[in-house]
Write a protein that binds this ligand. Structure first.
Ligand code: SAM
Length: 217
């Protein structure tokens, strides 16, 4: 018995479907992942609230709707291999894991990478690999990817992500010159040299810190 099942159902109905997101695969994935496992026990009662929550180290687990929106805009197929940058708690990786074949996720903070590994194991996510390192460089060893999800905000789209997508692949990334608010972009790789960029609207993410991102304070 999962004591949070009805809260999760309410989250999907009121926060996601009501905002117009109807993709049944994404809604099922959001219903399936036990979000309360990805937050500290003291915050479990807020796990299904309509907002981001702290996960320590000045980082957050994203708002459920934002995770659903990004997953939807990646247009994932069950056979896709996906790169996520910014593992954080591991929650978005677990949602992606429901929607595709394999997830490679990179986190720069070693303690978060380790705790995400443990939580993902507890949640039975066997198709996710967590790496610790600077995700602004992507993960060339496993490229190309069908889709890339960036869960932290870059000053500009790092070139490595575009290179590490296969032709036809999709990248969803928050980017912009402000460290506090950005636009969410979808970049579609049409061919090795041709990319289509769409602005999906305003968002507020923590910064992507690294060689091709923001500098650490
Ligand atoms: N997807 C996460 C989840 O479901 O909990 C939320 C991610 S949180 C909004 C952003 C994460 O990106 C933080 O954990 C942060 O440490 C990480 N991050 C920032 N810069 C990074 C980089 N260069 N490489 C990898 N991770 C990075």
């Amino acid at each position: 018995m999962d004591p949070f099942e009805s809260e999760r159902e309410t989250m999907v109905r009121d926060q996601i479907e009501r905002r117009g997101l109807k993709n049944p695969r994404v809604l099922d994935a959001m219903r399936a992942v036990p979000r309360h496992l990805f937050v500290k026990s003291s915050l479990q009662k807020h796990a299904y609230a309509d907002r981001p929550l702290t996960i320590g180290h000045y980082q957050t687990i994203s708002q459920p709707y934002v995770v659903a929106l990004m997953c939807d805009r990646l247009e994932l197929e069950a056979t896709d291999r996906v790169l996520e940058i910014g593992t954080g708690s591991g929650y978005a990786a677990a949602v992606l894991a429901q929607l595709c074949e394999r997830v490679v996720t990179v986190e720069r903070i070693p303690e978060l990478a380790e705790s995400a590994r443990q939580t993902l194991a507890k949640a039975d996510c066997t198709n996710v690999t967590v790496h610790c390192g600077d995700g602004t460089l992507g993960f060339p060893a496993d490229a190309p990817f069908d889709a890339i999800l960036v869960s932290a905000a870059a000053p500009a789209v790092p070139e490595a992500y575009k290179q590490q997508l296969r032709a036809g692949g999709r990248l969803v990334i928050p980017a912009g010159k402000s460290r506090s608010s950005q636009s969410l972009y979808r970049v579609r790789k049409k061919s090795d040299s041709e990319f289509a960029v769409e602005d999906l609207g305003g968002v507020a993410f923590v910064p992507l810190i690294g060689e091709k991102g923001w500098q650490d304070f």
